[in-house]
Design a binder for this molecule. Structure first.
Ligand code: NIG
Ligand code: MN
Ligand code: MN
Length: 302
């Protein structure tokens, strides 16, 4: 399937002039290989739910990037240059899509930009990783009810961090991976064992408060130079984020997720922001998309 180029955004229009500016009026198209101004943010969508399908989940996340753009569009001007590189569109060739996403992310990093990756099922994370793999000092901080460390002979939405760990091990490195929001009940012993074997730092959902989540993120950022921050929306309570494949029975408070985002942004180590698992077909009144849009806005607002 052909990838989608930038399409100009639309949204509420209160009149001309910078005082009325919103995301939709300031976002510009961006093509890999071109330059970026200082502080440039580049969004790229990963329109894919093939990994969710392979993982036995509820498909629909391929429509996530469009819903995220729709929810961002009418928020006020974020105050820094924002660009949109369009969507990597994936059919059954998930691996090909991940490779294409990696190439776009790598080009954004080469241009000095901050990639903001709009998922897509959580298989998006391995595609983003392919963009930073081999660059020194990177690590991945996941906010998720699930480890996504499944052993499998092919990529799914449940395998991205196992794939990263395997690639890093092949290159003689350890993957710096921490995850906040883990549900003890929704991950089997096999997955906890895999996490322990890989030295993954874990903060359970039941232990998350804004203070513990913020401190957990601060500890992680202290040991890396650049953070791939990936937000799986199923970490949030189902009432806040119904629009996902696997809604949470408990979930962690939005204030905990905000504490993580603030800690990473405040440390100056945010290297890549990613939102995963938005499934608009299960959303209620766009609340999951709106929440995700505010988290993106929180992370990039000047
Ligand atoms: N991204 C995938 N995450 C979960 C899905 C769990 C579920 O569907 O219950 C996983 O594989 O563990
Ligand atoms: Mn996940
Ligand atoms: Mn999850």
């Amino acid at each position: 399937m052909a990838d989608r180029l930038f399409v100009p955004w639309t949204g509420r229009d209160d009149g001309p002039g910078p005082e009325h500016a919103r995301w939709h009026s300031v976002v510009r198209g961006w093509v890999p290989g071109s330059t970026l101004p200082a502080g440039g943010v580049v969004m790229v969508g990963f329109a894919s739910d093939e990994g969710v399908r392979r993982n036995g989940g509820r498909v629909g996340a391929a429509a996530g990037p469009a819903a995220l753009r729709g929810a961002l569009a009418s928020l006020g001007d974020p105050g820094r240059p924002v660009f949109d590189a369009g969507d990597v569109v994936v059919d059954s060739d998930l691996e090909g899509g991940q490779a294409r996403l990696g190439a776009v992310v790598g080009a954004i990093l080469d241009a000095g930009g901050l990639p903001v990756v709009l998922g897509g099922g959580h298989a998006v994370a391995y595609g983003s990783y392919l963009g930073w793999a081999g660059r020194p000092g990177w690590g991945v901080l996941n906010v998720d009810a699930h480890f996504d460390l499944r052993a499998s002979d092919r990529a799914t939405s449940g395998t991205p961090f196992a794939q990263m760990a395997a690639d890093e091990a092949s290159a003689g490195r350890d993957l710096a991976y921490a995850v906040a929001g883990i549900s003890r009940a929704n991950n089997t012993r096999v997955l906890f064992d895999a996490a322990e074997r890989l030295g993954v730092e874990v903060l359970l959902d039941e232990d998350c408060t804004p203070a513990t989540a913020g401190a957990f993120a601060e500890e992680f950022v202290a040991r890396v130079d650049s953070v791939h921050l990936t937000l799986d929306l199923d970490a949030l309570p189902a009432s806040v984020a119904p629009g996902v494949s696997a809604p949470a029975g408990f979930g962690i408070g939005l204030d905990c997720v905000r504490a993580v985002v603030r800690a990473v942004v405040g440390s100056g180590t945010l290297g890549l922001l990613e939102v995963a698992e938005l499934n608009p077909s299960f959303d209620v009144d766009g609340r999951t998309a709106r929440t995700a849009a505010r988290l993106i806005d929180l992370a990039v607002r000047a």
